[in-house]
Design a protein around this ligand. Structure first.
Ligand code: SF4
Length: 421
């Protein structure tokens, strides 16, 4: 099999991994220009300093000894199999890098033989890149659960970011759908990476040339919709992961039906829950930047998000006793809770009001989305002039604002939308 064929198979097999946001561009070479772009596995991810980088997203191998029901690479699935030799993949990466196709690599793998053997192959790719080709670009590598801790450590010294996929939101689902994977095999490397990052940071304060261990932190991925867990269970788990393991990101990946297994939703009727994935990302954002607690957003009585409004609006509508908040008086925490006010606009409000009282026009200029915020805000004690307020009316208007997003993610849900408005 030639390298292009391997690349096609192993980038295609990697596309279900959501630990970076995928996209790509097909553009042939044009007369008078140098270089072109290809869709083969390029994706965008965010580096530690917040820059967006284009990565080659690829598997080391799609030969797998495990049989995770939700995975296209599972042992029992009849797909073409192949593996890279470490030198092939390292040279390919350098070639793409020199042509300016990519800025780095996102390397994952199925489990060929056993976790240790697989990790050794991945480490060799990274070693070649870093030590022989002196590659200074971004590397995101997946640690294989169950591998020797020493191998995870070596991987962390070569990569910028590590991730260990949690895959499913509960140990029951893991036992059912991925019986070869033990919960502890996933949490042990997460713990090790957390401790390694902490230790590396401390050593770097004292010794300038101390080795960097996973300087861009660690992340994980969870599949949504393959198992019966509620949004609340998922969000509580994410909150625990952020707090306990210091994760940079939890990625949510709507389940794509790739199997007829009886343990999974029936393939024919199943639509990937993209809107649900989107709501979880919004809620995740609230946990990380808006100081919300998972228990505030969802409860045992209401364990799933209303798909038609974003989680912050949903929370605000259930807590009208908290509003209206006055833009000229409220503290940062209270402003952050107002739908339509983000981290940046809340800070701008605090700065701008030192020079005088703000009006609704001023808030608009500061980046507040008044279409949402108007129902929850006053300026010097006054609501926006001419505003009609009834809880039903607010809900209907907020749902209307979501229509373009609904069209993009799940147009089938439009009937639900029409009913609500
Ligand atoms: S270990 Fe499971 S999820 Fe990973 S490639 Fe193999 S079958 Fe797929």
């Amino acid at each position: 099999m030639d390298i292009m064929e391997k690349l096609e198979i192993l980038t295609d097999a990697a596309k279900y991994d959501a630990a970076c946001t995928s996209s790509g561009l097909e553009r042939g070479a044009r007369p008078g220009t140098i270089g072109n772009t290809t869709t083969a596995g390029c994706c965008h991810s965010f580096s530690a300093d917040g820059r967006c980088v284009t990565l080659l997203k690829v598997l080391m191998t799609n030969v797998c000894v495990y049989d995770c029901q939700y995975c296209v690479n599972r042992r029992s699935n009849d797909v073409r199999r192949t593996s890279f030799i470490p030198k092939e993949l390292a040279e390919l990466t350098m070639g793409f890098y020199r042509r300016n196709y990519i800025e780095g690599i996102f390397l994952s793998s199925a489990v060929a033989g056993n976790p240790d053997a697989t990790m050794e192959l991945m480490i060799e790719v990274l070693r070649l890149l870093r030590e022989e080709y002196r590659f200074g670009g971004y590397i995101h590598a997946k640690a294989i659960p169950g591998a020797d801790p020493l191998l995870t450590y070596r991987l962390g010294l070569l990569a910028d970011r590590l991730s260990v996929n949690i895959e499913l939101p509960s140990s029951q689902s893991l036992a059912l759908l991925a019986p070869d994977k033990a919960k502890e095999d996933i949490f042990a490397p997460m713990r090790q990476i957390r401790d390694g990052i902490r230790q590396s940071k401390q050593e770097l304060v004292r010794y300038r040339h101390a080795p960097h261990f996973a300087p861009a932190g660690q992340s994980t991925q969870m599949i949504i919709g393959a198992s019966p867990e509620s949004d609340r269970q998922i969000l509580l788990l994410s909150q625990g992961l952020y707090r306990k393991y210091g994760l940079k990101r939890v990625f949510y990946s709507a389940y794509m039906p790739v199997s007829d297994s009886k343990l999974l939703p029936v393939r024919e009727d199943f639509k990937p829950p993209l809107l649900r994935e989107h709501r979880l990302y919004q809620a995740d954002w609230l946990l990380r930047y808006y100081h919300f607690d998972a228990d505030e957003l969802l409860s045992e009585e209401q364990p799933d998000f209303n798909p038609l409004v974003d989680p912050k609006c949903s929370w605000a509508l259930r807590h009208m006793e908290f509003f209206p908040v006055d833009a000229n008086q409220a503290d940062y925490e209270a402003l952050l809770r107002v739908p339509g006010i983000g981290v940046v606009s809340a800070r701008r409000i605090l700065t701008a009001r030192r020079w005088g009282s703000l009006t609704f026009q001023d808030l608009k200029k500061l980046g507040v989305v008044l279409k949402r915020a108007q129902y929850f805000l006053t300026c010097s004690g006054k609501m926006l002039e001419g505003l009609q307020i009834s809880p039903d009316g607010i809900l209907r208007h907020l749902v209307t604002l979501e229509r373009p997003m609904l069209l993009q993610t799940e147009p089938e849900q439009l009937s639900l939308f029409e009913e609500a408005v």
